[in-house]
Design a protein. Structure first.
Length: 163
């Protein structure tokens, strides 16, 4: 039984690493800057969060894996330090009223930004969920594609640095 669990966990991490390398951008380079609109109509620019650790959480409301990841994302958001921020970016942003209902139904209390095709392309996002972890200097620390666990998200956030 113990070997089966280890085999399943090993396969889980291997598939996640493969998906990330295949579909998400690499680490170390600068994160593409953007200005997007949030659900309240305010403009939010990535460069406004310089000197903070940033988690960019790309999701889609129709994505079952994204819904499964929501409890972890909510808990990460609730545990952020004052120099850390989580920005959720909705890929299916055509209907902001439906997105507001989704956020209310799932008790999402973090900023949700409306993605543009250009922004999704700049981050090479074509699978959901995708998470980017950004250092305070605006560089990419790491990224993941697919379901992330709470522990995995917290460890990646810990590996980012403020400057």
């Amino acid at each position: 039984m113990g070997l089966q669990i280890l085999a399943v966990l090993g396969l889980w991490f291997a598939v996640g690493a493969y998906q990330t390398r295949r579909h998400a951008g690499g680490s170390g380079g600068p994160a593409p800057d953007f200005t997007l609109t949030d659900l309240a109509g305010r403009r939010v620019a990535l460069h406004d969060f310089r000197h903070q650790k940033v988690v960019l959480h790309f999701f889609a409301t129709w994505c079952g894996v994204c819904k499964a990841e929501l409890p972890s994302v909510r808990r990460v958001h609730a545990s952020l330090d004052e120099d850390e921020v989580l920005l959720a970016i909705a890929a299916d942003s055509d209907d902001s009223e439906a997105l507001r209902r989704f956020a209310a139904e799932h008790d999402l209390r973090y900023p949700i930004l409306l993605a543009t095709d250009e922004m999704l392309s700049a981050y090479a996002v074509d699978r959901y969920p995708t998470n980017y972890y950004l250092n305070g200097d605006g560089s990419v620390s790491s990224s993941t594609v697919g379901l992330s666990t709470l522990l995995g998200m917290k460890l990646r956030l810990l590996r980012t640095h403020r400057e």
